[in-house]
Design a binder for this molecule. Structure first.
Ligand code: AMP
Length: 212
């Protein structure tokens, strides 16, 4: 099964993608994670992407197209995948169509998760990653503000550079201006499932699973 998750940054695409990936046994392909890994390894791609990502802007389409082509051609993706963060421009949607054609993929399942900008700003400014286990948490929902609920590590939370309020606002601006029009591109090509991202995580998962 091929799934494309759409939605603004911080709306819960990554959370749902991880859950679906483990339930459906297909890879979660997050272009943001791929770029962050490249930055941490200081590869050529990482060096190019870092300044762009720190400002909340989009990495050029030709670079992203090359990345997604490689990942989707990998044997790990042959039984399906969940795309999280791609396509983000009309150009990228065209690149994806070409790759799908080459791979013989007729129709992907499109899912849009929605939430208001104000809520997203609140969520993302409180989002942290545990340095020890990589778990993503929200400071608003932590019982012990210094302890990771997954691995128990203390004082190990890191804030993503692009989760500063000014940068979040720019990411939302980019989403509305450049990524939202991608939905129009798919309007006549695919059915779209729209889900309220303010529902509890397990409710959102249930709606997605029940739609298959
Ligand atoms: P994300 O983790 O999906 O929020 O992505 C973090 C950042 O990575 C974005 O703000 C962009 O700078 C970059 N990025 C991720 N996916 C894409 C994409 N498909 N096209 C361009 N830039 C991307």
């Amino acid at each position: 099964m091929e799934i494309i998750l759409f939605g603004a940054p911080g709306v819960g695409k990554g959370t749902q993608a991880k859950i679906l990936s483990s339930r459906l046994h297909i890879p979660h392909i997050s272009t943001g994670d791929i770029l962050r890994l490249a930055i941490s390894k200081k590869t050529e791609l990482g060096l190019k992407a870092k300044a762009i990502m720190d400002l909340g802007n989009l990495v050029p389409d030709d670079i992203m197209g090359g990345i997604i082509k490689d990942v989707l051609n990998d044997p790990k993706s042959k039984n399906g995948f969940i795309l999280d963060g791609f396509p983000r421009t009309i150009e990228q949607a065209g690149i994806l169509d070409e790759i799908f054609k080459e791979l013989g993929i007729k129709k992907a399942k499109l899912i849009l998760i929605t939430a208001k900008d104000e809520l997203i700003i609140q969520r993302l400014s409180k989002r942290r990653e545990c340095d020890a286990c990589g778990n993503i948490i929200n400071l608003n929902y932590l019982k012990d503000a210094n302890k990771c609920p997954t691995c128990g590590s203390k004082n190990s939370f890191i804030k993503r550079k692009d989760d500063e309020v000014d940068i979040i606002k720019n990411r939302l601006k980019v989403f509305h201006k450049t990524t939202e029009p991608v939905l129009k591109y798919y309007e006549n090509k695919s059915d779209l499932l729209v889900i309220d991202g303010t529902l509890p995580v397990d409710e959102v998962t249930k709606i997605i699973i029940n739609s298959f």
